[in-house]
Design a protein around this ligand. Sequence first.
Ligand code: NI
Length: 392
Amino acid sequence: MENLHEKVDHILEDIIRIRRLIHENPELSLEEYNTTELIYDTLKETDIKLEKCPGGTGIIGLLTGNGDGPTLGIRADIDALPIKEETGLDFSSKTPGKMHACGHDLHTSVLLGAALVLHDMKDSFKGKVKFIFQPAEETMQGAKMMLKQGVLTEPEVDHIICLHTWPETDAGKIGIRHEAIMASSNRFEINVFGDGGHAAHPHKSVDPIPVATQITDGLQRIVSRKLAPLDSAVVTVGQIHGGTADNIIAKEVTISGTVRTLETRVSEQIHTAMTEIAENIAKAYNASAKVIFEEGSPPVINDAELVDLMEQTVTESLGEDAVEYLLEPSLGGEDFAFYLQEVKGMLFRLGTGNETEQSRKGLHNPEIIFDEKAIPTGITAMSAFAMNYLNR
Ligand code: NI
């Protein structure tokens, strides 16, 4: 372990410089050309075999150890968000309206650091490590795209891991959790149809607006009245649109929003309840309703053995106090879940909080500052985990 800490210290300054460079130059989903170039440049002098994704954003690196063994995939998402940065950092975004507000700049630089450290130690482990720098997580496109390109084949990836920044956990700590750690994220849209008319003669037409408000209200009863008390879910209506003028009865109203659950079974139950509520309320008023339910990413369910191995790894490499057992999953969505439909894996949390208020802001907040103390912690945990996994 002494050896590992020395190696992390040795590259740290460089990795922090790279992190700040990425932070200053955020690129949105599928526009990560310069970020991809920077990753390429950082690793091109090593023996890590690099392969850029066909679209020009995203890159895969393959490192071969000393002898036959399994292949571990480690994935980092590299994209930024359409948010105007308000951190006040001297390396704030130079591009107005774009910001690394989800910490993917840390994810990218931590994986670069782990790649350099593992490259330096490649004689001390068997098997292979595949470094997956994935574009477009925020739009939920990247993982699917890379899977289509065969990211988990040649060589076949046996298990896959990733980390995500977590402001609620202190910098210097790693958050772990068995089973569900992130929720499924699904989108719904309900179209309510009336027939339009003059606002002064409501009795001569079917008005979809009051029908839509009753449906919206009905949706709020799904979690409280239709689901079992111990099942977790969120049903949020984010938008309602309808009507064109004050004196016209609308013809159509659209209600749309998001459904988050920790089990696919629960999403299916919500879909059914939503359809019953919308169609039957509409029917009661001679209107009609159509429900569209789009399954987004599934929940992220961690593999128990990998979680145990991470707990052991962090205890050995960073100390017992560096392990934080997370009591609750987050109901955020994460496209890492798509890899987990193919192979077992684990997402763990990289604590980024400290005594300042700004470090405790939520992910996607324009003022959030991630504590860079998390970077060596992340590199150490990831490299040590890879070696423990490959040598077990
Ligand atoms: Ni994120």
